[in-house]
Design a protein around this ligand. Structure first.
Ligand code: C5P
Length: 413
């Protein structure tokens, strides 16, 4: 079997980046830089108000492309930048989108180049993403909320806003998403929706089992692979719930995250969430055992030279339990397991697939993945074995999600 080809979504894309009047224009500069770094050709369009916050010179230097501010720009041979910029575009993203600009869009106004090109875009082919940015009162105002509903009805995708301190000194909703989050949103919008409508439940990270209030036993696991899979599944259009043990990672954009500590805690959340899931991917490194009795107070060193002897009990096997549930057995819930081995990867992965009762098992060599940003995977199912050669966890996660989508859709040939 040959892995499906997964292209980097932003490489070679033409993106129109529109800036409107708002202090978040400074974040748009960084976003532009990230887009260029990802391999996109970025065509920046500023409204007159945006020019009060950032100069075209900055955006031209960052994008490496001519910047547009007026629909009367005579540099275009046909004098029609609104047509020329949109016909070849893969996406238009307005970041920041002010309350006033959103109101203009809601009314189909076209009195500036940016609103004009939004109206002139080929609506069926070129997605329009709106990243609002405004004061919390303006955000909450019924007129703004009504306008947002209208632009969504008219085919735009409105991104969320952040909560926090605002430039005006107030605190609340209305901050523009961070550049990295905008990049994730744009990537998602350009990714084929192979998991649209699917609810994907994912476990990630280690679990930590209490010995006493200050000590735990745990496994090596950064959570990076599970988080990358969560991000890739969401980009493929899935509704994603990520149940994670203690990790130091940022939640992927648009993913619902539930933090747990112990295997028992993870099991309880997963078993309940699995009732509504279509796909379960167990990427967590769950502790196989836990101390039989967690001490209520810190166990003291008594100076005798003798260490305490701990008694362990086995933790529930979350994957096995879910994989043997009626919904999984009837095929309503597709289960995917991971195996971190140190040797004989294929034989161990095949044996684990049978033992866990899952249709797909993903093997990797533990010590060559722990904490790293890259990995190599071996997919084992009843069709055989597929190698996903060493690559970044991000790329592997996208390949794995594409493979899962093929199997779930029944198109696994
Ligand atoms: O048995 P082992 O730990 O090697 O199995 C690994 C697979 O089973 C992983 O998918 C892991 O997330 C899952 N697992 C689990 N609950 C456990 C142990 C492992 O869900 N208690």
């Amino acid at each position: 079997m040959i892995p499906v080809d997964v292209a980097a979504e932003l490489t070679g894309r033409r993106v129109v980046l529109g800036l409107t009047g708002g202090v978040a224009c400074f974040k748009a500069a960084e976003f532009c830089r990230l887009l260029v770094k990802a391999g996109s050709a970025v065509h920046v369009v500023l409204t007159e108000a945006a020019c009060q916050f950032i100069t075209p010179v900055t955006m031209q230097a960052l994008s490496g492309q001519p910047v547009f501010v007026s629909q009367w720009d005579a540099r275009e041979p046909n004098n029609m930048p609104h047509i020329n910029l949109t016909r070849e575009a893969d996406a238009i993203i307005i970041a920041p989108a002010s309350a006033d600009f959103i109101a203009q869009l809601a009314h189909g106004r076209a009195d500036e180049l940016l609103s004009l090109l939004c109206l002139a875009r080929p609506i069926a082919r070129v997605p329009l993403l709106i990243a609002p940015s405004m004061n919390r009162e303006m955000w909450a105002h019924p007129a703004t909320q009504r306008n947002l509903r209208q632009v969504v009805r008219d085919g735009a995708q409105v991104l969320g806003v952040g909560f926090g301190e605002q430039a005006c000194g107030e605190t609340g909703d209305g901050r523009m998403l961070e550049p990295e989050q905008l990049l994730e949103e744009l990537t998602a919008s350009l990714t084929p929706n192979s998991l649209l409508g699917q609810h994907v439940l994912i476990t990630a990270g280690p679990t930590a089992e209490a010995i006493d209030p200050v000590r735990v036993i745990t496994n090596h696991s950064s959570g990076k692979m599970g988080f990358a899979v969560a991000r890739a599944a969401r980009e493929a259009g899935a509704d994603v719930t990520l149940v994670t043990g203690p990790v130091a990672l940022t939640t992927p954009q648009g993913v619902q995250r539930v933090d747990v500590v112990s295997a028992q805690g993870m099991r309880d959340v997963v078993v309940a969430a699995a009732e509504n899931a279509d796909i379960f991917i167990a990427a967590a490194a769950v502790s196989d055992w836990r101390p039989a009795h967690a001490a209520q107070e810190k166990i003291k060193k008594d100076g005798s030279g003798h260490a305490p002897v701990l008694e362990f009990v086995e933790n529930p096997d979350i994957l096995s339990e879910v994989a043997h549930s009626p919904r999984a057995q009837s095929g309503e819930l597709y289960c995917v397991g991971f195996a971190a081995e140190t040797e004989n990867l294929q034989a161990n992965a095949e044996a684990k697939r049978v033992r866990k009762g899952v249709p797909l098992l993903v093997g990797n060599i533990g010590p060559s993945t722990f904490g790293r940003d890259d990995n190599a995977l071996l997919l084992v199912d009843d069709e055989g074995v597929m190698e996903l050669p060493r690559a970044s966890k991000r790329v592997l996660a996208k390949q794995l999600v594409a493979e899962i989508a093929r199997r779930v859709s029944g198109d696994a040939a």
